[in-house]
Design a protein around this ligand. Structure first.
Ligand code: 5GP
Length: 114
């Protein structure tokens, strides 16, 4: 089932896009939890991060990781560090069921997460 992220990919609703290539889109989170809070998503709809069971999906995850590092450099948070998060399913706190990686930085993070 499509989510709000499909509308962002289709440019039907606006987003502050910071990175785009053939497979991926990255944009600033509407409710940022850190000075830098960016969501990296595949352009194809993968509903749940729990259902990554194909080689194609694991390649996509690797590409998301590479994009996160590139964006972190662009955002100037690569030196001090940052956090990458994928919330998986209900217990993981996933709200939007379109695979996405959170890139958070620009402040000292706490551990453990809530
Ligand atoms: P999740 O909890 O599923 O891991 O994260 C979903 C994220 O999407 C949340 O951090 C939320 O603020 C963000 N989000 C939800 N709707 C929109 C939207 O329409 N635009 C943007 N930029 N972010 C959104």
């Amino acid at each position: 089932m499509s989510t709000i992220f499909s509308k962002i990919i289709a440019k039907e609703i606006p987003a502050d896009i910071v990175f785009e290539n053939e497979d991926l889109l990255a944009f600033r989170d509407i409710n940022p939890q850190a000075p830098v809070h960016i969501l990296i998503i595949p352009k194809i709809e993968i509903a749940s991060t729990l259902l990554l069971n194909s080689k194609e999906h694991s390649l996509l995850l690797g590409a998301m990781y590479d994009a996160a590092n590139e964006i972190a450099r662009n955002e100037g948070i690569d030196k001090n560090g940052f956090r990458l998060v994928i919330n998986c399913g209900d217990d993981g706190g996933q709200e939007v069921y379109h695979l996405h990686m959170h890139l958070l930085g620009g402040r000292k993070m706490q551990w453990p997460p809530g």
